[in-house]
Design a protein around this ligand. Structure first.
Ligand code: MFK
Ligand code: FAD
Length: 523
């Protein structure tokens, strides 16, 4: 009698295999755009389960190392990365993952096309998506605030030529605080007409990038600084000097992280780092928000992509693994678990791509746009829903990754199944780029500042009126009415009461917007 060996889950072409993505793009995009992109996505769908996946596996297996000294005792602080990591840099450029967002050759649909590609790429990228997120964020920031002086840098960030393509870091977090940057200690001092930065940056991901955007406090000639976050300005830094050595930066250590093992995240000491001021003095936080709003959107696209990866693997596995005489996917409990995961996934997918659509329409504004909104309102809805989307998709992915790991039984807990990596990696989605609490409070700030709750209700009602499934529509309309009443009642609780409910509010809004975007996507 032959021994039993369980067949593992298989990944097929990630575009062909994704009915939701295909039908969404089919519905959303004009025929001409579809014609132009479909073959490319199909090709890429194959690539992300072949050579790209191998690069990622290699990068994960050989995490970055810090060489602080050379053989002769000189301080070199060299971060050595695997070839897989540098190959992923090339792939990112060639596949135009950042460029697609700025070339805008598909007009208001450009962000949808770009994010479809990022969604295919992320789960096979060993988090190369992280430097790409910050690169896109930096491009956005420089487009808004950089002007001609940064045109060359912008061209590097949006290049499709691997040897020209630059990635960017985003240095905000310091030991004194990541959520609250107001106590940041890094100072910018003018020496011989040049800005020089001094301080410690506590978390700096993708330290192999060519540049970074950093917050620092300008020191006046009398040594004084403006306290609080209004004293922070934004600086552009090139990581290396022209001779290849670090720009007066010491790499104190690489972080030993729970996940994202291939991604080099460092603690840095800035010891007179040459920098260039971007935009206005004291407006650093406001300006860098244009960057973190992009990275928050990337976080959502990549978290749903990670969610889909484990769901795909679990679904495939449950069609193969037998227990009690049938494949586990045919047992009602597993079937219902997968159905629920799938429903949550679809809701997150539609929510994410709704925001991508709004973002794309805000950037390439047309009066007759698919959202029927003017530019200012597109902006206000984006401002309101970006934090909600980020926290909502992150938490759903964290929760479902844990749940779906169990579908693999004991093997899901074993490293070389690859599932533990997905589990560990997912935890980061709700921490970086604003924690769940901080983003819930950001939602409150946006609601307060823009008074945009009535606008959101109006927009959601208008979207619902366009849907065709009348039963579901009635149900969601009733839920929206209930949510509106709850929000109104919660507002009356006063500042502290409202703050205590901020998280509840964010998830309630997330549920509702997901439901509306799902219905909209299905119609
Ligand atoms: C794989 C996918 C993703 C990968 C990328 C990950 C790489 C990892 C990178 C990181 O984690 S980088 C660090 C990210 N850090 C954060 O996201 C910080 C989280 N904390 C916050 O978001 C706080 O709310 C904040 C630092 C913004 C609080 O600072 P302040 O100075 O107390 O904010 P304040 O006073 O509310 O706002 C200052 C200005 O910024 C205001 O503009 P005005 O001066 O015109 O009034 C705000 O309107 C504006 N602002 C703040 N948040 C905004 C915003 N504008 C637009 N959108 C927002 N979200
Ligand atoms: P804290 O701000 O101290 O927060 C601790 C807890 O307090 C959190 O649960 C938070 O939600 C809660 N909290 C804070 N304020 C409030 C409040 N007002 N009400 C209720 N609860 C509150 N940063 C960078 O700048 N650049 C990077 O490249 C970068 N890369 C990273 C990579 C990884 C893998 C990780 C894990 C982090 C990275 N970070 C980076 C840092 C990240 O952005 C911060 O860790 C995050 O913003 C939280 O800041 P903190 O760690 O200081 O936590």
């Amino acid at each position: 009698m032959s021994e039993f060996f369980q067949a593992g889950p298989v990944l097929r072409n990630q575009f062909d295999d994704d009915e939701l993505l295909k039908s969404y793009l089919n519905e959303k995009l004009p025929t001409k755009v579809k014609k132009e992109i479909t073959d490319d996505l199909k090709r890429f769908g194959d690539r992300v389960v072949s050579d790209v996946l191998e690069m990622a596996k290699s990068a994960e297996a050989n995490p970055p190392q810090l060489q602080q000294f050379d053989a002769w005792g000189n301080r070199i602080d060299k971060v050595v990365v695997d070839k897989g990591w540098t190959d992923l840099h090339k792939v990112s450029a060639e596949e135009q993952i950042v460029k697609l967002g700025y070339e805008r050759k598909y007009g208001p649909h450009s962000r949808i096309v770009q994010f479809a590609k990022l969604y295919l790429f992320h789960p096979s990228s060993a988090f190369y998506s992280c430097p790409l997120a910050m690169t896109d964020g930096a491009a956005k920031l420089l487009e808004l605030y950089g002007g001609e002086a940064f045109k060359k840098t912008f061209n590097h960030l949006t290049s499709d030529k691997p040897d020209q393509f630059w990635t960017s870091g985003q240095w905000m977090t310091e030991r004194a605080g990541g959520s609250d940057v107001s106590n940041s200690e890094t100072i910018a001092r003018k020496i011989n007409g040049e800005w020089r930065l001094f301080g410690t940056k506590w978390f700096t991901s993708a330290i192999t990038s060519e540049m970074s955007m950093a917050l620092a406090r300008i020191e006046e000639s009398d040594g004084t600084t403006v306290k609080g976050s209004r004293g922070l300005s934004l600086f552009y830094i090139e990581i290396n000097k022209p001779d290849g050595s670090l720009n007066n930066i010491e790499v104190l250590r690489l972080k030993d992280k729970l996940g994202t093992k291939a991604l080099p995240t460092a603690e840095l000491k800035l010891v007179g780092t040459k920098a260039t001021l971007v935009g206005n003095v004291g407006e650093g936080v406001k300006q860098i928000s244009s960057m973190f709003n992009v990275t928050r959107l990337y976080n959502s696209v990549t978290s749903i992509a990670a969610f889909r990866r484990i769901l795909t693997l679990a679904t495939d596995y449950s069609s193969k693994r037998k227990a009690f005489d049938k494949v586990i996917g045919q047992h009602p409990l597993t079937a219902s678990l997968l159905k629920n995961a799938n429903a949550d996934f679809q809701a997150c997918f539609h929510f994410t791509f709704l925001i991508a659509e709004i973002f794309g329409n805000e950037e390439v504004f047309e009066v007759n746009n698919s959202l029927n909104l003017n530019r200012e309102d597109l902006n206000r809805i984006l401002r309101l829903l970006t934090p909600v989307l980020k926290l909502y998709t992150a938490k759903r992915t964290v929760q479902w990754t844990s749940e779906l790991l169990e579908v693999f039984g004991g093997v899901g807990y074993i490293e070389d199944s690859g599932i533990p990596t997905l589990y560990r990696d997912s935890q980061v989605f709700s921490i970086w780029e604003g924690t769940t609490n901080v983003l819930s409070l950001d939602l409150l700030r946006a609601l307060k500042k823009d008074q945009s709750w009535p606008l959101l209700v109006q927009f959601l009602n208008a979207e619902l009126s366009r849907t065709t499934d009348s039963d579901s529509k009635k149900q969601v309309e009733a839920e929206l009415k209930k949510l509106n009443e709850w929000v109104m009642a919660t507002y009356k609780l006063g500042d502290e009461g409202l703050e205590a409910e901020a998280r509840e509010m964010a998830f309630k809004i997330g549920n509702l917007v997901s439901a509306v975007s799902w219905l909209r996507g299905e119609s």
